[in-house]
Design a protein around this ligand. Structure first.
Ligand code: SF4
Length: 254
């Protein structure tokens, strides 16, 4: 049994509680132009050509290989309250493989978090629901047309899946990536806040904009439309927070 994997990253500290190993599943059904993992979007292997070296991203790995890699850091999970996060790409496009691996992690007592954009069939959510300890769920916009035209995402499907998780009592950590010109205008923020409030979300985490993926776009020979867009200043983040806090409790990822 195999899964299509882009990368396995050890000692992740931004993908859930404690020290975690993040497994990046390869392939995504969305096309966010700010994506900082563009090499994980196509399901097929892809070559990144850096000035000093080239590397191929993407390979089919056997379940045993993935688990052996994960288990290298088992002692750190126990000591830090960490575990494993399945991310991507969109991990839930490989729900069967993810659930298979998740069952093994559960049997070993290792915590699993799922990082998803939520635009997936409901049965993919159902397959992981009993196996995941918590969910990192991205909510990018409440503007149905903009979300569809710019990211190729379906708002109704995302919200149905979010509701599905909440109704099942899942531990959902909602995250809003702050993208200049896409979702940070006051009207966009208020629309997001009002929508989240209606969905029953009480807390959300803001992910400040960054350009850490720029070298990957260069290595892939792809244009990066956010090359000259600066990260948000502390004042801008504070403005965004203030608007959203009228609707939900907000924290900002450091
Ligand atoms: S959903 Fe995530 S992985 Fe997929 S394109 Fe958007 S930012 Fe990239």
């Amino acid at each position: 049994m195999e899964a299509n994997i882009a990368n396995i990253q050890h000692f992740s500290v931004g993908d859930g509680a404690g020290i975690r190993t993040t497994v990046f599943f390869k392939g995504c059904n969305l096309r966010c132009p700010w994506c900082h993992n563009p090499e994980a979007i196509p399901a097929a292997p892809i070559t990144l050509r850096y000035p000093e070296k080239s590397e191929i991203c993407g390979r089919r790995m056997r379940d045993e290989e993935i688990l052996a890699d994960i288990l290298e850091d088992a002692e750190f999970y126990a000591a830090s309250g960490g575990g494993v996060t399945f991310s991507g790409g969109e991990v839930l496009l490989q729900a069967e493989a993810a659930a298979r691996l998740a069952r093994q992690l559960k049997a070993l007592g290792i915590s699993l978090w799922i990082d998803t954009a939520g635009c997936v069939p409901a049965d993919a959510i159902d397959a992981l629901l009993p196996l995941a300890e918590a969910w990192l769920f991205d909510y990018k916009s409440a503007d149905e047309l903009r979300l569809r035209d710019i990211c190729g995402a379906e708002l109704s499907r995302i919200e149905e899946n979010l509701t599905r998780l909440l109704s099942a009592g899942a531990d959902v950590h909602l995250r809003i990536p702050l993208i200049p010109g896409f979702n940070t205008g006051e009207g966009d923020l208020r629309a997001i806040g009002a929508r989240l409030q209606r969905l029953g979300i009480r807390r959300a985490e803001l992910l400040a904009f960054h350009r850490l993926g720029v070298s990957k776009y260069d290595a892939l020979g792809l244009p990066y439309p956010y090359r000259d867009i600066p990260p948000q200043t502390p004042e801008e983040l504070s403005r965004i927070r203030q608007v959203l806090e009228e609707y939900v409790q907000i924290s900002i990822e450091p």
